[in-house]
Ligand binder design. Structure first.
Ligand code: MEV
Length: 333
């Protein structure tokens, strides 16, 4: 049996502005993973895809009125085409599992697609380099999100903290200092990235100058964040994240629930906090320290988060097989 695995992600700085060409910083969440298994199906033809967490099973040759099915089918077709394999020859059974909450801005669809690509490559005796995996998964992102920047497929495929700018090669960031300690709080409200990007697009269309200026300001925060990471200045990074949240609020993608959780995290001693991803639901993240993380996570829970997951992001990002230390309140986010 061939297997593939991929991490979730969080955006530290720059979401939405990154769609319009500004830089963003994203990190992998290596202890929240999706996995895919590929087996030759005994005596069968065609490809069967089982999404265990969704309780769904799809045939590659069928049509479904379900975006998740469409995304999975396209991922498999694109990967097989890249590998030069006829999708109709022989039988394949693909099983997908994920610990990443769906529709919370944590890259669950991206990670599932990445795991599927990796498992299919391994099944055919190949190991694909990160840029190839990223490009293949970008095509799935287009189906899932409409007009993605490419930051999600990039950080998930490289599984390293990345400095990302649309249309340019990503810069892999070496975190010069301690690990980043993040508390990730789930509002329990599904976040639809496509709709959030469209809502920001509508504001941009109504006030191009004002929104471009805001995107510039967010891009400047990402620039400053790269310098802070290089210098290991976590206090500065946290402050930049909090400033970024204010811009996201002004763009209309925060919610009272996200604002309440961010405020509670800051009051409990977080270095910084913001919504992460498309917003209008989903998760807020707080940058904490090993000393404050439990208090911050508890405060985020008390402010209404349905789950809080505490994780560490290390320089290398990926620690496959060696999950980073975690402390949890309730179930993982
Ligand atoms: C989604 O994780 C981040 C957004 O900036 C969309 C994108 O970059 O494609 C909201």
């Amino acid at each position: 049996m061939a297997t593939g695995s991929a991490a979730g992600k969080a955006i530290l700085l720059g979401e939405h502005a990154v769609v319009y060409g500004r830089p963003a910083i994203a990190v992998p969440l290596s202890d929240l993973r999706a996995t895919a298994e590929v087996c030759a199906a005994a005596g069968g033809d065609g490809v069967c895809i089982r999404a265990l967490d969704l309780g769904k099973e799809y045939d590659l040759a069928e049509r479904y009125a379900d975006p998740a099915a469409e995304a999975l089918q396209a991922t498999v077709r694109n990967a097989l085409a890249y590998l030069g394999v006829d999708a109709t020859a022989g039988g394949l059974a693909i099983t997908v599992r994920s610990r990443i909450p769906v529709a919370r801005g944590l890259g669950s669809g991206t990670a599932v697609a990445t795991a599927v690509v990796r498992a299919l490559a391994q099944h055919h005796g190949r190991q694909l380099p990160a840029p190839v995996v990223s490009d293949l998964v970008f095509r799935t992102e287009v189906i899932l999100h409409g007009a993605p920047s490419g930051v999600d497929n990039t950080v998930v495929a490289y599984e390293r903290p990345v400095w990302f700018r649309r249309g340019r090669a990503p810069e892999l960031l070496a975190l010069d200092g301690d690990a980043l300690v993040l508390a990730i709080a789930d509002t329990g409200v599904p976040a639809n990235t496509r709709e959030a990007v469209a809502a920001v697009g509508a504001r941009h269309a109504a006030d191009p100058e004002g929104i471009e200026a805001r995107f510039d300001a967010i891009g400047a925060l990402a620039e400053a964040g790269r310098a802070a990471l290089r210098g290991g200045d976590m206090a500065r990074l946290g402050d930049l994240m909090t400033q970024n949240h204010e811009h996201l609020r002004a763009l209309g993608v925060s919610t009272p629930a996200l604002d309440g959780i961010v405020g509670a995290a800051l009051a409990a001693g977080a270095l910084g906090a913001k919504l992460s991803g498309g917003g209008r639901g989903g998760c807020a993240i707080a940058l904490t320290t090993t000393t404050t993380r439990d208090a911050v996570a508890a405060a985020m829970g008390a402010a209404g988060a349905v789950q809080v997951h505490v994780t560490e992001v290390h320089t290398g990002g990926a620690r496959c097989g060696v999950p980073p230390p975690t402390a949890r309140i309730g179930a993982p986010c």
